[in-house]
Ligand binder design. Structure first.
Ligand code: UT7
Length: 331
């Protein structure tokens, strides 16, 4: 351990109770279980209850992380919530989480709009906050995406699911030391993965509402697929190089759970067998900012990670943004 070690001291997650199968989507759009499984690997996803909100899910995940650390909410010194599907427009979801959780009046803010890369970016920010003196940061990735995308557009609706998950970051190697992180952005690609309506460029209007344009996620699937494979592979290698680790020493890769074919292509690019790649998109679909921490929480809870293991997180999302982090698990 170096005196600059920063680690994850608690893992947590939450998924809504309602399970929605691929078959159920055939009531809403012209699709099939076969198509969804073959093209994405997804079998089912969770859908939040009508009375459940983004902050409710984030708070449940936060409580689970606090429990794993064995501390109460008063022990948290900063809260970062990564989400593209916030509780309300203003203020941010972190304000709601601070109150619902019963945390002290600590700095709390969202990292919004980074799509599925949000959590890794937020964890990297948390790491630097801890290095500059903050004692303990709660980082949550949460998405209630089924409520904000159209259930009439088959190209996108079948891909997503609702979930929340997160970690607590503090000094020391803790349960998993964060050995390094790398993130990046290419804003020139914003228009091929965007939900445009509602900002200052295209303010919400009756006309948009009547056409349900505000629920239309624009996504050029094939192009996004190519960029996702390239960026997740590249940033994964970047972080390994930055910390002087080798790919063959990595015990497990936890990638963003967008599509099994994307994950397989990343594994192939890196020449890593799929046995070393953790996936749970089959059960939850693409849960945006929650995807990487949810998979990490699950892998850890199921005892799939052993002391000493190097675990590589890699993610990609709208923006485009991408990010990777290398963890070394301790005891
Ligand atoms: O988290 C980051 C955000 N998003 C992503 O990472 C997604 C990246 N892209 C993908 O995962 C894939 O491109 C998709 C899963 C979205 C689509 O798979 P694809 O193999 O690239 O299919 P495609 O878009 O080329 O569409 C093939 C066909 C089309 O029909 P035609 O033109 O060949 O007749 C689509 O209209 O499949 C059709 N199609 C569907 N059919 C049944 C598209 N969506 C569906 C659907 N059910 N849900």
């Amino acid at each position: 351990m170096t005196n600059t070690a920063v680690g994850i001291s608690g893992f947590g997650g939450y998924v809504p109770e309602r399970v929605m199968t691929n078959e159920e989507w055939t009531q809403y759009v012209d699709t099939s279980d076969e198509w969804i499984v073959e093209r994405t690997g997804i079998h089912r996803r969770r859908v939040a209850a009508d009375d459940e909100s983004t902050a409710d899910m984030a708070t449940a995940a936060a409580r689970s992380a606090l429990e794993s650390r064995g501390i109460g909410p008063e022990e948290i010194d900063e809260i970062i919530v990564a989400t593209d599907t916030p509780e309300v427009y203003t203020p941010d979801t972190a304000s709601f989480v601070q109150r619902k959780l019963g945390a002290r009046e600590v700095p709390s803010y969202d990292l919004g709009g980074s799509g599925c890369a949000g959590f890794v970016q937020a964890m990297d920010v948390a790491r630097s906050r801890v290095l500059t003196g903050t004692r303990r940061v709660l980082v949550i990735g949460v998405e209630l995406i089924t409520r904000l995308v159209s259930w009439k557009i088959r190209e996108t609706c079948v891909l997503f699911g609702d979930a929340a998950a997160g970690v607590i970051v503090e000094r020391g190697p803790q349960m998993a030391e964060i050995l390094g992180a790398r993130t990046g952005t290419d804003g020139s690609q914003w228009s091929i993965l965007t939900l445009e309506i509602g900002g200052t460029r295209k303010p919400f209007s009756l006309e948009y509402a009547q056409k349900e344009e505000h629920l239309k996620l624009i996504m050029e699937g094939r192009a996004v697929f190519r960029h996702a494979v390239h960026r997740m592979s590249e940033v994964g290698l970047d972080v390994l190089e930055a910390v002087g680790a080798k790919l063959e020493d990595v015990a497990m890769i936890v990638p963003h759970q967008a599509n099994l074919r994307i994950v397989q292509a990343v594994a192939k690019n890196l020449s890593v067998p799929m046995e070393k790649v953790y996936t749970n998109l089959q059960e939850y679909g693409n849960t945006g900012s929650a995807s990487v921490p949810l998979a990490l929480w699950e892998a850890h809870s199921k005892g799939r990670i052993s002391p000493g293991d190097l675990v590589l997180l890699t993610s990609f999302g709208a923006g485009f943004h991408w990010g990777a982090a290398l963890l070394r698990f301790t005891g």
